[in-house]
Design a protein around this ligand. Structure first.
Ligand code: GLU
Length: 280
């Protein structure tokens, strides 16, 4: 068994991260498996260099040790590029020239804009552009993202499922995230593409993550099938909420481990404040 914790170095860890890390860590250690640390640092607009070390310090304080040198996604861009090329060759990608403003205008104009669990989805404006037009606009330097053609992808892969050890078996629904961005216009990859490529390259057998990412897993299964990558098992765990029921967010610095540590709380006590009684 191999599990991983994949934080973004955009802030200190809070209790929600601690829980995610402990779920992955404890699962692997109980089975005598490997536990990996991976920094999801592709968004250079949000990453701050000091957080790599601070996250490692927070984890060590919690009693979490990882196997191997932590991987940084920012150093793996050629791998994502290759995956993108494969998806393009399979006809499962298209370039999207829309700005956020174009998308909002189009969503407002059409009667039945597609919706997912996180709001409106991309309405597919660029899906029908001709190959020639796409090539001309790209060679003219028109800035573009690359999107998954979810309908085409489903035609290629057929029906897919994934298994979650807590929530059961799921039939993949390509409409949940729709034509999701796989390479941003400013960054040549995206969370979805990078996570799928890395989990396969690192031979992660059990992907544990918060249940807020359940919809993303549907898109990830499609990418794994398109890229001929192994299917991991999943465990979407509960989210840690503050006393008012709000889920913790990095930007509020809510219940950061640094603050809890300074207030004298012990790592053992932290474990007892998490949603499930995790045994060591
Ligand atoms: N960086 C993501 C997070 O912390 C990782 C999610 C995942 O495990 O795929 O939410």
């Amino acid at each position: 068994m191999t599990t991983r914790f994949a934080p973004s170095p955009t802030g200190r860890l809070h209790l929600g991260h601690a829980y995610a890390a402990l779920v992955a860590h404890d699962l692997a250690r109980r089975a005598g498996g490997r536990f990996l640390l991976r920094f999801e640092d592709i968004d250079h607009t949000r990453v701050r260099p000091e957080f790599y070390q601070e996250i490692e310090d927070d984890l060590k304080w919690l009693g979490i040790e990882w196997d191997s040198t932590p991987v940084r996604q920012s150093e793996r861009l050629p791998h994502y590029q290759r995956a993108l090329d494969t998806l393009r060759e399979r006809g499962a990608l298209y370039p999207c020239f829309c700005t956020r403003r174009n998308i909002n205008q189009e969503v407002a104009r059409i009667a039945n804009a597609p919706h997912g669990p996180e709001g409106t989805l991309y309405p597919g404006t660029c899906r029908s552009l001709s190959k020639l037009e796409c090539e001309q606009r790209i060679s003219a330097g028109d800035s573009h993202a690359w999107r998954l053609d979810a309908r085409r992808a489903t035609e290629i892969t057929g029906a897919l499922t994934f298994v979650d050890d807590r929530l059961g078996s799921h039939q993949v629904d390509p409409a949940l995230l729709g034509d999701v961005v796989l390479a941003r216009r400013d960054i040549a990859t995206s969370y979805h593409l990078a996570v799928v490529v890395d989990d396969a390259d690192q031979q992660v057998t059990h992907v544990t993550r918060g249940e807020d990412l359940l919809a993303s897993t549907h898109a990830h299964r499609m990418l794994q099938a398109l890229l001929d990558l192994p299917e991991p098992r999943y465990l979407h765990h509960e989210l840690v909420c503050d006393p008012s029921g709000q889920r913790l967010a990095t930007r509020t610095e809510a219940l950061s481990l640094a603050v809890l540590r300074e207030s004298g709380l012990s790592p053992a006590k932290i474990r007892t404040r998490l949603p499930l009684a995790l045994e060591t």
